[in-house]
Design a protein around this ligand. Structure first.
Ligand SMILES: [Cu+2]
Length: 326
C-alpha cells in the first residue's frame, strides 16, 4: 500500500520536474530573456522609440525571414541595400543596429518572443535596468572636493582680473614681468615636485615577464562592439573567438595578481575595471592590433564591474561585463 502511494508520489514529482524543465526551455521564454539582456537598451515593445524603433507590431509589419536576418545579421542586410532597412537607417539618422553575434537558435527564440508579445500571451520585456546611483568612495570624494576648490579659486582669480581691467590704470611693466618670472618658477618647481613623487608610483608594469613579476593568472580580454570576451587562451584575431573556450564567468581568488591582456577586434575600446564600491581600480585601452597588459592585485572580495571607457559607437553603453573576486 505504502509503496503504491510512494510510486504515485514519485510519478507526480517526476511530471512536475519535467514540466518545469520543459517550460523553462520554451524558445519564446529564452527569447524574452535574450531580449532583456541584449535589446532593451535600444528597443521597447509598445513603450515608444528608444535608440531604435518601437518593436510593437513588428511581426505584422515584416515577415519572419526578414526579421531573422535583421536580428541576426543587420550589417549584411544594410550592406545589401535592402529597401526597408535603408529607410529605417535614414529615419534613425544613419544610426545602425549592430550585429550582436547571435546564433541561429537565439535569433529564432527572439522572433518567437516577438510573436508571443504580439499575440498578447506574454507581457513585453521589462524596460532597461536602471543602476543605482553609485556612492563615491571617500578618496574619490576628496579628489572631487579639491577639484571644486581649485576651480573656484581659478574662477575668482579670473573674475578679479576681468574686473580690474574695466578701469584704465597705470601698470608697471617691469614689476609685472618680475611677478611673472616668480610665478613661472614656482609653477615649475611645483610641477617637478609632483612629477618626481608620483611618476615612480605609476602602476604600469616594467617589461618583465609575467612569471618574474609573480603573476598568478593571465586572462585574455578581447573587446568588440559591444561586448568583452574573456578567455584563458589568447584571443588576438576575430577568428579566435569561436575557437578558444570563452569564460562566461570570471572568478579570481582574493589577493591573486592577475595580468589582463587586452586587445580589440574592431575599433578602440577602453577596459575600465571598477571596484565593488564602483571606484575605478585600473584601466587600459583595448586597441586593435595591440595587446596591452594590465597587472592588478584584487584583494577585496566582491563584484568588479568592467565598462568600456571609450565611446565606440551607438551601443557603447551596453559594453558591461564583470568579474568576481571570491
Ligand atoms: Cu565603448
Amino acid at each position: 500500500m505504502l509503496t503504491r502511494q510512494l510510486n504515485w508520489f514519485f510519478g507526480i514529482l517526476a511530471c512536475l520536474v519535467l514540466a518545469g524543465a520543459a517550460s523553462a526551455q520554451t524558445p519564446a521564454e529564452q527569447g524574452r530573456a535574450l531580449f532583456e539582456q541584449m535589446c532593451v537598451a535600444c528597443h521597447s515593445v509598445g513603450g515608444g522609440d528608444r535608440v531604435g524603433p518601437d518593436l510593437a507590431g513588428v511581426t505584422q509589419r515584416r515577415d519572419d525571414a526578414w526579421l531573422k536576418r535583421m536580428i541576426g545579421e543587420p550589417d549584411a542586410l544594410i550592406a545589401e541595400g535592402d529597401p526597408v532597412v535603408t529607410k529605417l537607417v535614414e529615419r534613425y539618422k544613419g544610426l545602425v543596429m549592430p550585429r550582436l553575434g547571435l546564433e541561429a537558435g537565439q535569433v529564432e527564440a527572439l522572433v518567437a518572443h516577438l510573436h508571443e508579445v504580439a499575440a498578447g500571451t506574454v507581457a513585453s520585456a521589462a524596460p532597461a535596468v536602471v543602476y543605482a546611483r553609485p556612492e563615491m568612495m571617500p578618496s574619490q570624494a576628496r579628489v572631487w572636493h579639491v577639484f571644486l576648490l581649485i576651480s573656484a579659486v581659478i574662477v575668482v582669480v579670473f573674475a578679479g582680473v576681468a574686473l580690474s581691467t574695466a578701469r584704465p590704470r597705470e601698470v608697471s611693466v617691469a614689476r609685472a614681468y618680475g611677478l611673472r618670472k616668480v610665478l613661472f618658477l614656482s609653477a615649475m618647481v611645483a610641477a617637478i615636485g609632483v612629477l618626481a613623487t608620483t611618476l615612480p608610483r605609476t602602476p604600469y608594469a616594467a617589461d618583465v615577464s609575467a612569471a618574474a613579476a609573480g603573476v598568478d593568472r593571465i586572462i585574455y580580454v578581447a573587446a568588440r562592439q559591444f561586448e568583452f570576451i574573456w578567455s584563458d587562451e589568447p584571443i588576438v584575431r576575430a577568428e579566435d573567438v569561436g575557437r578558444v573556450p570563452r569564460l562566461h564567468q570570471v572568478a579570481i581568488a582574493p589577493g591573486a595578481t592577475v595580468e589582463f591582456r587586452v586587445t580589440s577586434l574592431d575599433v578602440t575600446h577602453g577596459f575600465g575595471l571598477y571596484g565593488p564600491q564602483r571606484q575605478i581600480v585600473a584601466q587600459t585601452q583595448a586597441m586593435p592590433g595591440y595587446v596591452n597588459r594590465l597587472r592588478v592585485r584584487l584583494d577585496a572580495p566582491g563584484e568588479y564591474p568592467v565598462l568600456c571607457l571609450e565611446y565606440c559607437a551607438a551601443g557603447h553603453h551596453r559594453m558591461r561585463s564583470s568579474l568576481t573576486v571570491r
